[in-house]
Design a binder for this molecule. Sequence first.
Ligand SMILES: [Zn+2]
Length: 278
Amino acid sequence: MCAPSVIDSVRRTVSRRELFGAIGGATLAAACGQSTPAEAPPESQRQPRTFDRIFDLTHVLTMSIPVYPTLTRPQMNQTSSLEENGVYNNDLILGEHTGTHIDAPMHFAEGGLTTDQLPAARFFAPLAVVSIAARASDDPDTAVTVDDILSWEQEHGRLPEGAFVAMLSGWGDRIGDADAFTNADEAGVTHYPGFSGDAAAFLCDERDIVGVGVDTFSLDTGNAEGYPAHRTFLPAGKYGVELMANLATVPAVGTTIIVGAPKHERGSGGPARIFAVS
Ligand SMILES: [Zn+2]
């Protein structure tokens, strides 16, 4: 806010035309000690966008969204309404690993980075989409292998430096059906695709990646024991994104992922808005 007297004195020094134009607005804001629109937005608005396609890789976080079997269901409780209070507000009660979300390294690695510590630069990365959807439709226990990554590279070239590698299994289509998404057998063992431990080791040791994503519940396959993919990626400082949406709409190569990760202190992860642009 700016004191009316300051606004008046500025108004006296600029013409009416200037006052309502960018120059006048900047003068006013500068006089009020604010960061002025002229310092950033008008300039950036004049720059052409360097992308023209935007993909939203985020599921709607409904209160009925499938939740990993051992975790708490989300709740949204309305605390005020426009009709009664003049303001609409809800309280969200969420596990960190709910909906489309990130796994910070600390989730599985003592001393690993937490949500607030992950450098912002790692949230903008060349996106590589590795599809195993054809196999996954017949075999829910299938995993991304080293061969899958090498075949992807044969077709599209070596994984770019600092890449984010996403598995497309087709599981995103099941998001509206929690039983189909979880896909548990009679013994309670879940069956959905993920990364094999070997592929995780290859990506960490032989390639330069910032993170990995899946369209299922977990970086690991549903029936994996001991979280081999989590226990490889996260201690290596990579982050994960789980329950990614719309990966089938994104080209295998040539887009940039933008991970709108949360920044709560000491977080092990959290719901995130994920985009790809090209
Ligand atoms: Zn998670």
